[in-house]
Design a protein around this ligand. Structure first.
Ligand code: AMP
Length: 284
């Protein structure tokens, strides 16, 4: 497995692969890798000849007071996992390599799409995501790029950006990977102490209740969301940021629960903010 720190190293290798007629898949991550990330690598390997994983804690997607400094990092563990899973190249740049001191160009969706859901409390988050993903696409020039459904709003925004800017990459969505008790895998789960870890199952329990109600024919988004919030409110360590039903493509709030509607939540468990979601009409 090649470990590249500079864009130049990545570009040279990609050029060689493309000259040999090989397709390239990209899996962008912030590291501290787990089975959720591994599922994206596996999907990429099943569809592309070569898989590149970026490991980069992207400063521009963190707001003031968020967990940029404390975000968990373990690059040796990440490399071991990626090597075992058959990743061909890891791109692990320094922040200063991607963001020179006079960096001033951002990619932003100029509708209220990035202002819904997570955007309500993280107003600059998706601008940072779009900017770094654009840079990674420009460096790696992948045929396909793989994103988890766990970050459903991110996925929808990346799809919109790719369409709006005519980017030559196919976006592939991958299902949420969960722990045995239902908790969606996340690097941030490592922040939870034992009591919080137990409490954190309230997100997936609420998702299960919402999914069941929708499957049984509930069409009133307000009733569905209210029932899901009631589940979360039974957990004393949980504080709801949002639970919302939105159009799965535009992220606009909906009144009626139809197939394709995204029901998403962000919930604080102690100091840790966790997210989860489901799409109406889609399997677990
Ligand atoms: P992150 O390192 O958290 O920025 O995530 C990198 C990529 O992995 C994103 O596309 C995430 O949606 C995806 N991902 C993270 N956790 C999971 C999970 N539990 N299941 C599926 N994909 C995930």
């Amino acid at each position: 497995m090649i470990v590249a720190e500079s864009a130049a190293e990545v570009r040279a290798q990609i050029r060689a692969w493309k000259q040999a007629g090989l397709s390239v898949g990209l899996v962008p991550t912030m590291g501290y890798l787990h089975e959720g990330h591994a599922s994206l690598v596996e999907k990429s390997r099943s569809l592309c000849d070569r898989t590149v994983v970026s490991v980069f804690v992207n400063p521009t997607q963190f707001g003031p007071g968020e967990d940029l400094e404390s975000y968990p990092r373990d690059f040796a563990h990440d490399c071991a996992l990626l090597e075992e899973r058959g990743c061909d190249m890891v791109f692990h740049p320094d922040a200063s390599a991607l963001y020179p001191p006079d960096f001033a160009t951002y990619v932003e969706i100029c509708s209220d799409m990035p202002k819904q859901l997570c955007g309500k409390t993280r107003p600059t988050h998706f601008r940072g995501v779009c900017t770094v993903v654009t840079k990674l696409f420009n460096i790696v020039t992948p045929n396909m790029a793989f994103f988890g459904q766990k970050d459903a709003q991110q996925l929808a925004i990346i799809r919109r950006m790719v369409r709006d800017l005519s980017m030559n990459v196919e976006i592939v969505a991958c299902p949420i990977v969960r722990e045995a008790d239902g908790l969606a895998r996340s690097s941030r789960n490592s922040y939870l102490n034992a009591q919080e870890r137990a409490a954190a199952t309230v997100l997936s329990r609420s998702v299960a209740v919402g999914r069941d109600m929708a499957a049984r024919g509930e069409r009133d988004a307000r009733a569905l969301v209210a029932a899901m919030k009631t589940v979360i409110e039974t957990e004393p360590l949980a504080r709801i940021d949002y639970v919302d039903a939105v159009d799965g493509v535009t992220m606009q709030p909906v009144d009626v629960v139809r197939d394709g509607v995204l029901v998403a939540m962000a919930v604080h468990i102690g100091k840790t903010r966790l997210i989860d979601n489901f799409i109406v009409g889609e399997g677990v």
